[in-house]
Each structure stands twice: as structure tokens, then as C-alpha cells.
Ligand binder design. Structure first.
Ligand code: GDP
Ligand code: MG
Length: 743
């Protein structure tokens, strides 16, 4: 059997690595048009040759181990595992990308340079001389378009040829003075290090890269000699070692660019024209708000609702018609089967009122999910969302936050788990923790049914279709307000991380990757409906059907409530679930929803957010024992006494601690029990306060005043104070001592 050939894809963020990876392996890795999407390496075999294993590495700008993704990539490259490195380069941004290319070539590994986005280069009219570039860099260069597929076969052929070689010899040389020092250092690199890698380590030692020194177990004596050489060179050049190397690299790149690239006469591209408006200082933010309002309005309030209403009313309600013929609803069909099989009333209730009602309610929101993710994926892939990060950076910076914190939030609109993972790209630990704490405020796909349910319930009482988009903004506002408040505390004070990202050109997404995105989200949602939600509805059914016959004339015995003597219509009030929910319902009384049902929905929502809706549907079906079949919206609204309570319920469930999966991810990212507790505690506390304010201010508008009105006003004042007071003096000093002294 032939041994595997290992190909590593390395390159800057957003240069198209994953697009290439997906194309050649047939995988569906996440392609996003912003940096920081791939934070862990991914592996798959080539579709055309199963002996070739391809690894998609996280995007990096350099091989210095400054960030986790740089470390992952560098460790892998130097591990000796890859047989050949394909350095993917965004050819529309060649100058910037070459910084990494030089370092990859220096490793002495067999390298092929893939100049990606050939289609865009051609459109721009720029001319890149691939042959000359190859000569200058000492590695083969292939022009490709990962998106369109051109050049990819040739790239694979070249990679295979290179993999057979022992390694490459970097062709580029720095300014002669530096080269002399590097040569001297190279002689000090232990003899065990193979020929091709000696120069790489010499450069790293020059940069005082301690991890590299450790990797080759440099002896203390040699280390001292290296230090003397570096110190002398620093004195001669009047600069520090790292800057010397950086300067040399840029000088070399400028030279290579001169030789190998002929720029087309500058004219403003369409992308630049669009960006003049979209990233405009004044218009940028309102445009973003309008776009997101439109997205949620279309998905939840118009198109999507039509589909969801049809599913809920017909498929899971009264039955439907097909070319004039009456078709039964799903619950009727299932009931029929169970009757035919001779199932007991108990089993029928479990299946029909528990599982079918709960899972069905969740599945009923699929049309809205599809519309939402068609729109979000488009915005993301066409390049607009990258602009939003740029616009938000300007907004965030004013408050001492970085736009880097906004990217995890964009990811969180799909799911909080990858959203929290995306915080890995934030180097500053305080900013990273704060982003982990707040990113799940953004409504994820699983929260969509909650928003849709609330809207349905509210529309029942007024014509409030504009409510749905507002719940998205509630998430955004919660993030910003929390960010501003937390930044002013000692725990999170500090200067914002610098945020640089180049804006990719706009393009129409490939239909394949667009469809894949939507399918990825929707299929995960369906899978969850049939696993976690399914299991939860079974548990909820048992908890709400078993209890003590504690009603007047009841025996007080424990058992299956519907079968008991003199069972009242509201038998679920005597269930275990009612007891458990009732025990903590007082917490939510000031928020206007103190029924045990609403409490049970919120608690099951911690397992998975879809459960809020699934539990609501199950409880409603169980309570009316399948007799009447009111629309889900109306019945849900009936669980609350005021509109304020419904909105507070929504706000609480959207903002409080996320589902178990996301909580686990938060735990892993924080890597500390204390910080996990702070994060979840803050989320729940903040959610409670927002719910309290919504309900109490609603009541106040109706002329109802209580001691809770005072508490709500006090919280509002406290939040306003913390948001608008000036940044405490010294809060931006990076020295903890200085911050402590002024506090
Ligand atoms: P990664 O961060 O390096 O993994 O980059 P991705 O694969 O996620 O791609 C970033 C963006 O560039 C996506 O919007 C891709 O559709 C786009 N893209 C990738 N390759 C090409 C290409 O050859 N031509 C064009 N026009 N766009 C591309
Ligand atoms: Mg990627």
C-alpha cells in the first residue's frame, strides 16, 4: 500500500484556504468572508486520490507564535508531518500576503505557492509574473481560483511533485549585513537540525523566539553566543531584532513586487464605490441597522411566517388540502396508527401530546429558519458582513472595545457554540473574556422560534410585526451596553486591541456554498429536534402528567394524573413539573410571568433554546388533553396576564445563560470555573434586570406602581450611570498597578 502524502494549506485569514479545501476534498468546511473563521485545523482526504491527506490550517499573518492560531499552524508545519505546504495567497493582496510566504519558504519545507483569486486579479487588470515570482521565492507558483476551480488540477500536480522532494532551498536573501549575522547564528544551531531548516531556526533565534530555541534544545552556551551576536547587530542597526527582520522582509517584498507585478492604472473598483456608502462614517451604522431589520422582518414577519403558519395550522393542526383532497394532520395520522396498534391512552398521550406536539412545534419554524439563513449567508458570503465588522470597530472603539469582538457576534447569529469559539482570535485576555460573556446575547438560530412565538402571541393582541426585528436589536444593544459597563470595571479595563482587517471584494456567493450554509444550519436544527428536543419533551410529558391527587376530594396519592379519581380539568397544576416550577416561580413574579408553566419553559430552555417552544406546545396539548386545538400563538399568549409579561419573558429567555452546549463551550474557553460562573451569572442577572425593567415600565405606563417599580427605576438609573459616566482615570493603563491605584 502506498503511504499517505500529507498536504498542509497555510495562508492569511480570508485568502480562500477553506474554499480550496472544500473543492479538492469535497468537504463542507465553513467558508466565511471574514478572518478568523477557521480556528482549528481540519483534515480530509482528496476526493480524486484517497492517499493524499489535506489539512486546512487556521489563517495566520506570520509564523511568530503570538496568537493561538499562529501557534497551531506553526507547530503543525514544523512537526515534520506535512510532506508539502501549499501556501494559499490572496493575489489581490499580494504585498501583504507575501509577508507570510517569505516565512513559509524559509522553513525549508517543500512549498507550492497558490496565487488564489486569479479571477479577481484578471478582472482588475493587474499582471502578475508567476515565473519570475517563483524564481525569486525558490518555490513553484501556480495561479488558481479556488472559487471557480481554474488552476486547481495543476496545483495538485505540482504539490505532488514537490512532496516527493526532500525540501526546498529558500532563494531570497536579506541585506548582506544581516545575512552575515544569520550565517554566524546558523553555525550555532545544533548539528541535529536538518540542512533545510537551519536557516529558519537561525532567523527565529535572531528574533529571540524562545519557543523555537526550546524546540531545537539550544544549549545555554550557544544561546549566550547567539544573544551576543544579536545584541551587537541591534547596536549596529540601532533597532531591536524583531523590527530588523520585519524591516528586511518588507524591503524584500517591495523589491519583489516591483519586479513581478504590473499594476493596472488605478481606477475605483465597484467594491470601492459600494464601500464609500456602506462603510461611510455617518451612513454605515444606519445602513447596517436597516439591513438587519429587513432580514429579520422578512424571515420572521413575512415570508417565513406564511410558511410557518401553514405548517402549524395545517400539518400539525386541522389537516390540509392537496389538490382539493383533504389530508389529515400529523397528530391525527399518528393517533390513528396508535389506535390501530392498540396503544393505551397513556402512550397515545405521551406520543401525540408530548412528543409530536413538542417536536412538531419546533419543526414548524423551519420555513422561517430557511429564510433567515438564506439572507444571513448571503450577507456573509458576499462580503457585506466584513464591512459591518469594520463599521462596528469604529463604534466599539469609542467605548474602548475592539471590532474584533464583533466577529464572534456575527458567527453567533448562527449558533453560539462557534461564536464563542471564534473569540480565540482575540489576543487580549480581558477583551476575550468579555466577548465570551456577551456574545451569546445575540439571538442564535435556536432562539428564532422564541422570537417568532412571541411575535405571534403579540400580534394576536396588537398588530406588532415590527417586534421580531427589535428582539435582534435587543441582543446587539445588550452586547454594547454590557461592553461599555464592563469596560469601566477593574476586571475588564484596558486599551482596545488593535483591529486590522482587509476588506474582501464583494462577489456573488457560489450557489453551492450558499446552499451548504443554509443546509448546515437547518439540518443541525432538525437533528436537534429529533434528539435533545425529543428527549426533553418525553421528560416534560412525564413530569407534567404524574403528580399527587392533591385537589379537593382527591386521594393525595401519587400517580398518572389523568387516570385519577375526580381529576379536575387543570390536572397539570398538580404535577411534579408544577411543583418544581412553582417552587422557583417567585423569581420571575416581578418580571410578570410567575406561572409554573413559564418557569418550566425557561428552565428547559437552558438545555436547548428550542425547548422554550417545544415545552410550551407540549404543555398546552397535555393541558387540553388533545380536545380543542387553539392556535399555538393564542394559547401561548393565554399563559400570561399582560403584554409586558410576554415581552419580559422573551427578553429573559433571549438574554439569559445559553443552552448546555454553549455553556460547555464557555467553560472550555474560559478554562476556569470562576470565570464560567461570572459569565453565566452575569448573563442571567442582566437578563433578569432587563425583563424586570420591561415589565415594570409597561405596568407603569398602565398606571400600576409597586415596590418593584422603584427597584426597576433604580436599576435603570444604575445602568445609565455606568454607561454614561466617563471612563475612570487610569482604566486604559495597561499596568494593573496603575489601575488599582486610581480605583
Ligand atoms: P479562508 O479564511 O482562507 O479559509 O478563506 P475562505 O475559504 O473562507 O474564503 C474567504 C472568501 O473568499 C469567501 O467569501 C470565498 O468565497 C472567497 N474566495 C475564495 N477563493 C476565491 C477565488 O478564487 N475567487 C474569488 N472571487 N473569491 C474567492
Ligand atoms: Mg477557513
Amino acid at each position: 500500500m502506498a503511504t499517505d502524502i500529507r498536504v498542509a494549506l497555510a495562508g492569511n485569514p480570508n485568502c480562500g484556504k477553506t474554499t480550496l479545501f472544500n473543492r479538492i476534498t469535497g468537504q463542507n468546511g465553513y467558508v466565511g468572508n471574514w478572518p478568523g473563521v477557521t480556528v482549528e485545523k481540519k483534515e480530509a482526504r482528496l476526493s480524486s486520490d484517497k492517499n493524499v491527506v489535506v489539512t486546512d490550517l487556521p489563517g495566520i499573518y506570520s509564523l511568530s507564535p503570538y496568537s493561538p492560531e499562529e501557534q497551531v499552524s506553526r507547530d503543525y508545519l514544523m512537526s515534520g508531518e506535512p510532506d508539502v505546504v501549499v501556501n494559499v495567497v490572496d493575489a489581490t493582496n499580494l504585498e501583504r500576503n507575501l509577508y507570510l510566504t517569505l516565512q513559509v519558504v524559509e522553513t525549508g519545507l517543500p512549498v507550492v505557492i497558490a496565487l488564489n483569486m486569479a479571477d479577481l486579479v484578471e478582472k482588475s487588470g493587474d499582471k502578475i509574473d508567476a515565473g519570475k515570482l517563483s524564481q525569486r521565492l525558490g518555490a513553484p507558483v501556480v495561479m488558481i481560483s479556488a472559487l471557480k476551480g481554474s488552476g486547481v488540477d495543476e496545483l495538485l500536480r505540482t504539490a505532488r511533485q514537490e512532496a516527493a522532494k526532500a525540501g526546498s532551498v529558500p532563494a531570497h536573501r536579506f541585506d548582506s549585513a544581516i545575512e552575515g549575522v544569520l550565517d554566524d547564528i546558523e553555525k550555532l544551531v545544533p548539528a541535529g537540525v536538518e540542512e533545510g531548516k537551519r536557516r529558519y531556526y537561525a532567523v527565529k533565534l535572531f528574533e529571540r523566539d524562545e519557543l523555537a530555541a526550546k524546540a531545537i534544545s539550544l544549549s545555554p552556551a550557544s544561546a549566550a553566543k547567539v544573544e551576543a551576536l544579536v545584541a551587537q547587530c541591534e547596536k549596529d542597526c540601532d533597532d531591536d531584532a524583531e523590527s530588523i527582520i520585519t524591516g528586511e522582509r518588507y524591503a524584500l517584498i517591495a523589491h519583489i513586487m516591483d519586479e513581478c507585478v504590473k499594476k493596472a492604472p488605478a481606477k475605483m473598483s465597484t467594491s470601492e464605490k459600494i464601500d464609500r456608502i456602506v462603510t461611510n462614517r455617518i451612513l454605515g451604522l444606519p445602513i447596517f441597522l436597516a439591513v438587519m431589520f429587513g432580514v429579520y422582518y422578512l424571515a420572521i414577519s413575512t415570508f417565513g411566517t406564511a410558511g410557518t403558519d401553514w405548517v402549524n395550522d395545517n400539518l400539525f393542526g386541522e389537516g390540509w388540502e392537496l389538490f382539493g383532497a383533504a389530508m389529515p394532520s400529523v397528530p391525527d395520522v399518528v393517533t390513528g396508527w396508535l389506535e390501530a396498534a392498540g396503544a393505551s391512552a397513556m402512550v397515545t398521550s405521551l406520543v401525540v401530546d408530548g412528543v409530536v406536539a413538542g417536536v412538531g412545534a419546533v419543526l414548524g419554524f423551519i420555513p422561517q429558519m430557511v429564510v433567515l439563513f438564506i439572507l444571513l449567508s448571503f450577507l456573509e458570503d458576499c462580503g457585506y458582513m466584513a464591512r459591518v465588522a469594520f463599521v462596528m470597530d469604529r463604534v466599539f472603539r469609542r467605548f474602548g472595545l475592539s471590532g474584533k469582538s464583533f466577529i464572534p457576534m456575527l458567527v453567533s447569529t448562527g449558533c453560539g457554540v462557534p461564536g464563542v469559539l471564534a473569540t480565540k482570535t482575540i489576543e487580549n485576555e480581558k477583551d476575550r473574556r468579555m466577548t465570551v460573556m456577551t456574545t451569546t446575547f445575540i439571538p442564535c438560530g435556536a432562539k428564532l422560534p422564541i422570537i417568532a412565538l412571541l411575535m405571534g402571541a403579540l400580534v394576536g393582541t396588537s398588530d406588532a410585526t415590527w417586534i421580531a426585528p427589535l428582539f435582534y436589536f435587543l441582543g446587539v444593544v445588550a452586547v454594547i451596553v454590557s461592553g461599555i459597563m464592563l469596560k469601566k470595571t477593574k476586571l475588564f479595563a484596558g486599551r482596545p486591541t488593535p483591529f486590522v482587517m482587509e476588506l474582501p471584494s464583494y462577489h456573488f456567493p457560489s450557489i453551492r456554498s450558499w446552499a451548504l450554509h443554509v443546509w448546515e444550519r437547518v439540518s443541525a436544527y432538525i437533528k436537534k429536534a429529533f434528539t435533545i428536543i425529543f428527549a426533553s419533551t418525553v421528560v416534560v410529558w412525564f413530569l407534567s402528567n404524574f403528580g399527587t391527587a392533591g385537589w379537593e376530594g382527591g386521594s393525595g396519592a401519587f400517580g398518572f394524573l389523568p387516570d385519577m379519581e375526580g381529576v379536575p380539568e387543570e390536572f397539570t397544576d398538580y404535577s411534579v413539573l408544577a411543583m418544581l416550577g412553582g417552587a422557583i416561580a417567585w423569581i420571575f413574579a416581578p418580571l410578570g410571568f410567575d406561572s409554573w408553566q413559564a418557569t418550566a419553559m425557561s428552565v428547559t430552555g437552558l438545555v436547548a433554546k428550542e425547548n422554550v417552544v417545544a415545552t410550551a406546545a407540549s404543555l398546552l396539548h397535555i393541558a387540553d388533553a388533545g380536545e380543542t386545538d387553539p392556535s399555538l400563538w393564542a394559547a401561548f399568549a393565554g399563559m400570561f396576564s399582560t403584554m409586558g409579561g410576554i415581552m419580559a419573558f422573551g427578553a429573559f429567555n433571549l438574554l439569559c445563560a445559553p443552552c448546555f452546549a454553549a455553556m460547555g463551550t464557555i467553560r472550555a474557553q474560559m478554562n476556569s470555573a470562576k470565570w464560567t460562573a461570572i459569565a453565566l451569572g452575569y448573563e442571567c442577572g442582566f437578563a433578569w434586570v432587563v425583563g424586570l425593567m420591561i415589565n415594570q415600565f409597561y405596568l407603569l405606563a398602565q398606571g400600576v406602581v409597586s415596590v418593584w417599580t422603584v427597584v426597576a427605576v433604580a436599576f435603570a438609573a444604575l445602568i445609565l450611570f455606568q454607561v454614561f459616566r466617563p471612563m475612570p482615570k487610569g482604566a486604559w493603563d495597561d499596568e494593573p498597578a496603575a489601575a488599582a491605584a486610581t480605583a
